[in-house]
Design a protein around this ligand. Sequence first.
Ligand SMILES: [Fe+2]
Ligand SMILES: [Fe+2]
Length: 208
Amino acid sequence: MRKAVRSGIRRIWPGVTDMEKLTLEEARRLNATMVQEEHLIIHALNVCYAMGAMARHFQEDEEHWMAVGMLHDYDYEKYPDEHLQHTKEPLLAKGVPEADVRAILSHGYGICTDVRPETLMEKSLFTVDEMTGIIQACARMRPNGISDLEVKSFMKKFKDKRFAAKCSRDTILQGCEMLGMEPGEVAAICIEGMRPHAKELGIAGTEN
Ligand SMILES: [Fe+2]
Ligand SMILES: [Fe+2]
């Protein structure tokens, strides 16, 4: 699980070997040590699958992006009022690479951190975090869940700010601008990533 990087062993914290990259298995394991509430586990999975689809879109490392998505709200359940203030040191101490910790911190940019999303992975995480919440809410209302959810229906709800009001449209628009993409484009990718996991995500539909 924790491998020596290149020829030498990279140590950030005494006695801790930095893992080469965060695997999905390790992200699931670490997340489970901190997150037990069902809706937060589902949220982590939503973001995980959406990130996998974003990675595919950009021809990047799918599993790696999924792992970062899985772990992005590591401290939220235990510290909702101090979100992302209990993430950096504990994750570095567990050997999570600095770049992955940075990516996680950047999803709170302008909200609870000043770490600006710079990479495609970071910009994607910043955007899909809120967007998947609206997609989930849309899918939950439909008899067939996410299976026949189209971008057109998503956009209607996206524009209705009273719908899933907690999901910040401004954050999504800011993220889309960083990515140079339209919200509908990102939504299509997220829906595609989440759809195969409908049952696990509780969005297989009211009749399924
Ligand atoms: Fe968060
Ligand atoms: Fe989140």
